[in-house]
Ligand binder design. Structure first.
Ligand SMILES: [Zn+2]
Length: 321
């Protein structure tokens, strides 16, 4: 495991996504309302940490403050899946430099959320080829209202946009691996892809799965619970019992836990759907605690609490009507 800690205020100040990050941290109940913005920048920068976990001889996961990043290294160069929050990008580069001196050749974005594409502008400017589903490029090209944080996320500049897009799937033959990018259904957003490194048997599933927290369907970005169920079924069909499953925001997981997650989602959605048909209100559904038997498993409530998850499903089902 490699850990780097550098505290550069400049790293943070030059980034254009600060307000987004600021809002996200507010949701975690930070105390920063009472300190100046510049002090916040310093406090935030000092807590940024990037570390890695080795997956196979040629692959790593990079963990930071945003979504997990996959690093594939080989004779063809480096391939990244996602690129964290913008303020972490320089630290990520130094972590990568400690592992290899190969150049970064491609970045594949699993979806458009800022904690997964924050490095796009910096890497794109450096000539890295960014690849994504066409809906990701569409959303990154225009300001997006992100309902969960009640904020508009500004469009990326041209240098941060994917320059190769696909509508269904795409395969890379790089680093002695066959890397399949499969577009999933409208689950977490309407641009979700899973990236499967066939020979290494490693898959990045973006934010469609977590082994420790309930899912979030970003309805403002075209997500839906039905789509997430379908996406998890697709992910299962791509994997086997030995596949290392990398989720956006949890540890290295496996197919069994994806199956458990799918079963949980089908179960809870079924209960809520039946209660809606019986005419129950959202409050009544929340009070019935339809997630209770799963709460000890998906207990990382820093992002999604059980009542938020229930509300999310309720709103998704109602939006289908
Ligand atoms: Zn996301």
């Amino acid at each position: 495991m490699i850990i780097t800690k550098t505290h550069s205020l400049f790293d943070v100040i030059y980034e254009r996504k600060l307000l987004t990050t600021f809002s996200l941290l507010l949701t975690f109940g930070t105390f920063i309302l009472f300190i100046s913005l510049s002090n916040f920048y310093i406090a935030f920068a000092s807590h940024l940490e990037v570390n890695t976990t080795k997956l196979t001889d040629s692959m790593y996961v990079i963990h930071g403050s945003g979504g997990n990043v996959i690093l594939s290294i080989g004779n063809d160069g480096i391939i990244l899946v996602d690129d964290q929050y913008a303020p972490v990008t320089k630290k990520m580069e130094s972590v990568i430099a400690n592992i290899t001196n190969k150049p970064i050749k491609f970045i594949i974005n699993t979806h458009w959320h800022p904690d997964h594409v924050g490095g796009n502008e910096r890497f794109g400017e450096a000539g890295v080829i960014i690849v994504s589903h066409e809906n990701v490029r569409k959303r990154l090209s225009n300001d997006q209202f992100f309902e969960m944080i009640n904020q508009t996320i500004p469009a990326l500049s041209k240098k941060g946009l994917p320059i190769i897009t696909f509508s269904d799937n795409m395969t890379f033959y790089q680093n002695n691996d066959e890397i399949r990018i499969n577009y999933l259904d409208n689950g977490h957003t309407d641009g979700d892809s899973a990236v499967y490194f066939t020979d290494n048997n490693v898959i990045h599933v973006g934010d469609d799965f977590s082994d420790r927290s309930y899912p979030f369907m970003d309805l403002s970005s075209g997500g839906s619970v039905d789509g997430l169920i379908s996406s998890l079924q697709s992910i299962l069909s791509m994997t086997n019992k030995d596949t290392k499953v990398v989720a956006g925001h949890s540890g290295i997981s496996n197919q069994t836990k994806v199956k458990d997650y799918l079963n949980m989602l089908i179960d809870v959605t079924g209960v809520i759907s039946n209660m809606i048909k019986e005419g129950k209100s959202l409050d009544e559904i929340i009070q019935s605690k339809p997630t209770s038997k799963y709460d000890t498993i998906y207990q990382d409530y820093s992002f999604i609490k059980p009542k938020d998850f229930v509300t999310n499903i309720y709103e998704s089902l109602n939006s289908n009507k």
